[in-house]
Unconditional design. Sequence first.
Length: 267
Amino acid sequence: MPKSTSSRTPSSRKPLIYGAGVVVAAALLGFVSYRATAPDHSASSSSSSSSAADVTADPDAGVYPELAKLARRDAGDKLAQGRVDAPVVLIEYADFKCGYCGKFARDTEPALVKKYVENGTLRIEWRNFPIFGAESEAAARAAWAAGQQGRFWQFHRAAYAEGVKEQGFGKDRLKALAQQAGVADLDRFARDADSSAASAAVGKDQEQGYGIGATSTPSFLINGRPIAGAQSVETFTRAIEAAAEKARDTEDAKGGQEAEGAEGSAK
């Protein structure tokens, strides 16, 4: 699959300032994003390529606290699923015209939802990161518009179905996908998709993606750990388990400190 390109390249974007650690993370993510979707890589080689930070048993390895702060944890976020207070947040930067994004959506994400979102461990937050031109941008705005009627994930599933992206994302196709996704008011959907609010929301997500050094899709953050490309289920499982372990340890330590403080006050 060719390297992702856009008329507005990452180098033309003003980088976001999160601290020196994020500069390192951005460089790693940008480099590995390229490797994950470099020319002549097959889908199988992409799924087995290295992530930005090797996922080891050490829950602190390759984790950047500044990047963890990008999780919005907004109860009103219509492009997210899972508990707001879940210990682990996976942020996905993706494009509806991206083949590897579709592979993740079909082959990996459902397993993560079943295993971790449903039991409250994981929250998934979507970021529109259209980098393949006008149709990518149109699909991103349409997905946002579907979300305004509570049908983002249904639209996401329809748009990433096998063979859909090859049919293009013209207006009629996007309307058909919205109808398939169960969007109730298609006139409102069309207005929302063409609105300045949709453009602003997509632009905000794009700026964030470029700011952390993402150069191709899909790119992910799991509690501040960058992962690039449609990695295997096992890679995501290790990262989520490590993040959940760290969250538990942090919560246990906090509880112990509070207990000690309460005991000291009682004396």
